[in-house]
Design a protein around this ligand. Structure first.
Ligand code: ATP
Ligand code: MG
Length: 420
């Protein structure tokens, strides 16, 4: 072991488990690409104020969880704690919204950083795949995103998750509700910090996970009873569209989520096998965010799915993904001449698009065959001096155990035929 360890709250992705992470990212990406979302990549850090304004001054993310730094040049930056503010910033900066093609649909995949209390499923460095549809107010977009996330989880083989859905209202009706909730919260027995939060962002108190707080919230006024007609109609359309798509969801009238910028549709995917870190993904509509960061009005909707927790959910359900073996052909060379010849064959196979690997390190037959087995390759090529003298290599099928001699210049064809 080295003197160094991965920092607290982080871990390394290493084979074979790392292959599952790639497959999760790929599966989610496949769904959104297939729905017209274009790939966007933004820097790992941004002006700290983008998040302070965009995520919200009173959120846990901004007050407690952000990694901030001052550069030698004096710039105040933060490692990105989430993706939406950055993606919207990038879209505005590139004027994507002015090209007459709204909504702008973008997806991303990357690392995010939050200084959290590290525990199972909660890390300080984690990975998300996200999708954002910018610049259109259309319940079909909200529905599309919920359906796509559901499709991604289904495609991975997950079953024990639930979709929680709520509407947070808009700038017409939310302020009225906010007042009512605040009045209610002032009458409760809450600690100083929570009371302060109730003054700044009372909806966030509904998100408090502590049992003694939740108990007191049983009779809290519900946003549903305050929704204006436009928000009600909008929400009803979203519900109808996802129902028609056969996606099952639960109305969760207390769902608020941790970021300030959400309006109207808000949703979370929770998995029942993950204990308290149960949210595998979430998102919603954020009609006011663009203006908060200095842009024009651009009603938008999006989600971010947590790759780490999705992998944990797969493990909790005992789902093993059907991952192809990374290597199809493994070459075992016995002796110097065989090394030269087989290394050449491996290169030839790779150039032909066949995944091939080689017995590096000058091991004997036994050690090399062990490597071949470990590689998961369907076929092995074995050659020693005697084979080469006859102008052949031995082609072995690792599943059936069958082995035959193949002429050196027919290896590619023979391998192709046998893999087909
Ligand atoms: P939580 O309530 O669990 O803190 P959140 O509301 O902060 O989640 P979002 O900001 O909506 O989460 O991020 C979307 C997804 O990213 C989450 O559903 C989760 O799967 C994942 N995620 C968020 N924070 C972490 C973390 N610290 N470690 C691992 N995954 C995370
Ligand atoms: Mg959080």
């Amino acid at each position: 072991m080295s003197t160094f360890q991965a920092p607290k709250g982080t871990y390394d992705l290493i084979p074979p488990r790392s292959a599952v992470f790639l497959a999760v990212r790929d599966t989610i990406a496949t769904q959104v690409r297939n729905a017209g979302y274009g790939y966007v990549e933004t820097p790992g850090f941004e002006d700290v104020n983008l998040f302070a304004r965009g995520v919200g001054e009173s959120t846990d993310i901004v007050t407690k969880e952000m990694y901030t730094l001052t550069t030698k040049g004096g710039d105040q930056l933060a490692l990105r704690p989430e993706g939406t503010a950055s993606v919207l910033r990038a879209a505005l900066q590139a004027n994507l919204h002015k090209q007459g093609n709204l909504p702008v649909k973008l997806w991303y995949s990357g690392s995010y950083y939050r200084y959290e209390r590290a525990q199972a499923g909660r890390y300080r460095h984690f990975s998300q795949v996200g999708a954002e549809a910018i610049g259109a107010e259309d319940p079909a977009l909200d529905a599309e995103l919920i359906i796509l996330a559901d499709q991604a989880y289904r495609a991975l083989g997950l079953r024990q998750y639930r979709i929680l859905l709520n509407s947070l209202g808009d700038k017409e009706c939310r302020p009225v509700y906010r007042e009512a909730l605040q009045t209610f919260l002032r009458g409760l027995d809450l600690d100083e910090e929570t009371l302060r939060r109730a003054e700044i962002n009372p909806l966030r108190v509904l998100d408090d996970k502590r049992v003694d707080v939740q108990k007191q919230l049983v009779d809290a006024p519900l946003l549903r009873d305050y929704l204006c007609d436009a928000c009600k109609a909008y929400h009803e359309q979203v519900r109808e569209l996802i129902t028609a798509a056969g996606v099952v969801f639960e109305d969760d009238l207390k769902l608020v989520r941790g970021l300030d910028y959400y309006t109207r549709t808000t949703f979370e995917f929770v998995h029942d096998g993950l204990g308290s870190q149960s949210a595998v993904g979430g998102g919603g509509r954020y009609d006011g965010l663009s203006e908060m960061i200095g842009g024009p009005a651009l009603p938008s909707v999006g989600w971010a799915l947590g790759v780490d927790r999705t992998v944990l959910a797969l493990e909790a359900e005992g789902v093993t993904l059907d991952l192809p073996a990374p290597t199809s052909v493994f070459a075992v060379a016995l002796g110097e001449e065989a090394r030269r010849v087989l290394f050449g064959k491996v290169t030839e196979l790779r150039r032909a698009g066949i995944a091939a690997d080689f017995s590096f390190g000058g091991k004997g037959l036994k050690g090399s065959m062990k490597d071949a087995n470990r590689s998961g390759a369907r076929l092995t090529l074995v050659a020693g001096e005697r084979d080469l003298a006859e102008g052949v290599v031995q082609l072995k099928d690792m599943e059936s155990g069958e082995q035959r001699a193949v002429a050196l210049d027919e290896v590619l064809e023979a391998v192709r035929a046998q893999l087909a």
